[in-house]
Design a binder for this molecule. Sequence first.
Ligand code: PLP
Ligand code: COI
Length: 357
Amino acid sequence: MQIKVITVSDNERKSKPEDESALRFGELFTDHMFLMSWNDKEGWQDAQIKKFEPLQLSPAAIVLHYANEIFEGLKAYKTPENHIILFRPRKNFERLNNSAERMVLPQVDIDFVLKALKKLILIEKDWVPSSPGTSLYIRPTMIGVDPFIGVRPPSQVLFFIILSPVGPYFPDGFKPVNILVETKYVRAVGEGGTGDAKCGGNYAGSLKASTLAKKKGYAQVLWLDSKKKYVEEVGTMNMVFVFEDEVVTAPLDGSILPGITRDSILTICRDWGYNVSERKLTITEVVKGIKNGTLIEAFGCGTAAIITPTGSLNYKNNDYVINNGEIGGLTQKLYDYLTGIQYGLIPDEYEWTERVI
Ligand code: PLP
Ligand code: COI
């Protein structure tokens, strides 16, 4: 399929941020987007790069009623040599196809959408920020658009990619955050649910708990499983708990999102000789470990959140402070190493990055 390109005129271009170091997350979008449509008779068609502008949708569009929506999140980084690189982008499109499978949406051709993404970024290359801690956030999205309000799988679909120059997801950047362990609401229900799909509904359903947590001064909630026993993940990141003799994270059992940052960190930790476990971990074990000093660090990890140290966990109205509320040694080492690869500052031994230019 050809990709038609219609660029905006110079006077339609938006002004770029004056102070990149003040960029916040997810507020600003570039001039163009990639868009293609699908229907169940002809498959994918009309691939184009065009102006970033509002979509025209019927008020009956199926996504507006039943949340037939999946998305991805990855980033493009500027290197000191002014190259633009992507971090493990194929993994994101593989996960998009897994989410599509779960939500009865069509599969994309990974080589094609990756080619489209690179073409879009090349057109928008001046939007990739270079200040420390900034990047170009990439949001591939798929929605069902049939104007039909019966419940059935979409027969008309839109796929688009939009780009947003961003700063840190948490306003304070790489600083420990305090997290509330959620004991009333759940995000996912384990095997058979939609917890491991990146679908919008998972996030809409999580907002009640995170809004209440924010009112109490916590950055996000730590979700437990549906029986409120095992730790799962945080709203926008997977969680890693560092014990004296073991690095532990929740297993990929269908309830949590299989994070690409999580996978990268586990690979690095194994190569660094840590005893890494993907296993069920009870909240009681976590609290006990903090109390007796065997749990020495905890952090969240994700594309938007990068690596975010956990300063404390509040469980049943008690605050449990981890590592005196400071960034732990392994957390810092992993942050430096991972962001070093992502920004092209150190050799990419794993061949995780892909050049756009
Ligand atoms: N868990 C959830 C619920 C997320 O939204 C994210 C972010 O994408 C992650 C985990 C981390 O995934 P990744 O490292 O692929 O960004
Ligand atoms: C990401 O880390 O890319 C995410 O998708 C988190 C997001 C919901 C902001």
